[in-house]
Design a protein around this ligand. Structure first.
Ligand code: CP
Length: 318
C-alpha cells in the first residue's frame, strides 16, 4: 500500500500538510466539525475540553498575523496549553537545525506542532521525523501549501453559498507565488465546484496551472464574467526574483478589483482575500470594505476551522 504522508493505514488524518491528496470525505468532515465549533465563540465561557492536557507548539519561522493568532485562540478554546516559540530568540539563531529544534521540543512532550516556514516542504520534513503520537499542521510553507487557509475559505464559501456544485470561482492575482491559490484550487476541485478560473498576467501564472483543472484568463472582464466567488491574492513581492510587473499602479489599473470590474461578476458574488491585503494594489478600499466583502468573516471562521483540524487530529469530536 502507498505510504500517505498525512493519513494513517485506516485513512484517518494524522498530519495536515496539504489539501492535495486528501479525499472529499475528510474535507467535508473538517467543514462539518468546524460548523459545530462556531457556536463555542457565542458562549460566555468560550472553551471546550477536547485538548485539555495537550501541548500545542506554534512554530512560525515567517511573519503572520491571522494564522498564528487564530491557531493560538483555537488551541486555547480547546483547552490546550499553547507555547509560541519566539523564533528570533530561539537557538536556531545559534545554528541549531530545524530537526534538532523539533527533537528538543518533542522531548518537552509536545503533542502538536503548527509550522509556518519559508521553505516548501519544511512541515513534511518534520512530520517524517516526529514520533507517531505527535501531529504536524502546515500553517503555510513557501509556495507549496496553506491548507487551513483553503479550508477556512471553503467554510466561508459554503456559509454564504450553501452548496459547492454549480459555483463558479475566480482566483485573481499572483498565482505563481501563492501557496494559498494552490491549496484553494485543490480544495475547490475536490469539493466539486462547477468551474475554477484563475485570472493573472502571464508572468504570474505557473507553467503547470492548466493541469490543475482550472480555466486560465489574462483579462479581468472575461474572467470575472458571471462568477459567484472572487478570491483576490496579494502580490508576493518577497518571493519575486526580478521584475515581473511594470509597477503596482499599472497592476492595479489592469488587475485591481474595483467596483467597475466587480460589476462583471454575479450580482450576489462574494469577495474574499486571505490577507494581508494591499489596498490600492490588488483591491480598492471601496470593494474591500464593501457590502460584497466577506474578508473579515473569513478570519473569524478561521478559528472554528483550526479548532476542527486540531480536534480531529487529536481524535476528539465536539
Ligand atoms: N492569510 C494568512 O496566512 O495571513 P497571515 O500571514 O497573517 O497569517
Amino acid at each position: 500500500m502507498k505510504h500517505h504522508p498525512q493519513l494513517d493505514s485506516s485513512g484517518r488524518l494524522t498530519h495536515l500538510l496539504s489539501i492535495d491528496g486528501l479525499p472529499r470525505e475528510i474535507l467535508i468532515d473538517i467543514l462539518d466539525t468546524a460548523r459545530s465549533f462556531v457556536s463555542v465563540a457565542e458562549r460566555d465561557i468560550k472553551k471546550v475540553p477536547l485538548l485539555r492536557g495537550k501541548s500545542v507548539f506554534n512554530l512560525f519561522f515567517e511573519p503572520s498575523t491571522r494564522t498564528r493568532t487564530t491557531f493560538e485562540i483555537a488551541a486555547k478554546r480547546l483547552s490546550a496549553d499553547v507555547i509560541n516559540l519566539n523564533v528570533g530568540a530561539s537557538s536556531q539563531s545559534k545554528g541549531e537545525t530545524l530537526l534538532d529544534t523539533i527533537g528538543n521540543l518533542s522531548a518537552m512532550h509536545a503533542d502538536m506542532f503548527v509550522v509556518r516556514h519559508s521553505q516548501s516542504g519544511a512541515p513534511n520534513l518534520i512530520a517524517r521525523h516526529v514520533a507517531p503520537n505527535i501531529h504536524v499542521i502546515n500553517a503555510g510553507d513557501g509556495r507549496h501549501a496553506h491548507p487551513t487557509q483553503a479550508l477556512l475559505d471553503m467554510f466561508t464559501i459554503r456559509h454564504y453559498k450553501r452548496e459547492f456544485p454549480g459555483l463558479r470561482v475566480a482566483i485573481v492575482g499572483d498565482i505563481l507565488h501563492s501557496r494559498v491559490a494552490r491549496s484553494q484550487i485543490h480544495a475547490l476541485t475536490t469539493l466539486g465546484v462547477a468551474e475554477v478560473r484563475v485570472i493573472a498576467p502571464a508572468t504570474l501564472l505557473p507553467a503547470e496551472v492548466s493541469s490543475l483543472g482550472v480555466h486560465v484568463f489574462t483579462d479581468m472582464v472575461s474572467g470575472l464574467n458571471g462568477v459567484d466567488v472572487v478570491i483576490m491574492l496579494r502580490l508576493q513581492n518577497e518571493r519575486m526574483n526580478g521584475e515581473l510587473l511594470p509597477s503596482a499602479q499599472e497592476y492595479f489599473k489592469i488587475y485591481g478589483l474595483t467596483a467597475e470590474k466587480l460589476a462583471h461578476a454575479d450580482r450576489q458574488a462574494i469577495v474574499m482575500h486571505p490577507g494581508p491585503m494591499n489596498r490600492g494594489v490588488e483591491i480598492a478600499s471601496s470593494v474591500a470594505d464593501g457590502l460584497q466583502s466577506v474578508i473579515l468573516p473569513q478570519v473569524t471562521f478561521g478559528i472554528a476551522v483550526r479548532m476542527a483540524v486540531m480536534s480531529i487530529l487529536a481524535g476528539g469530536q465536539p
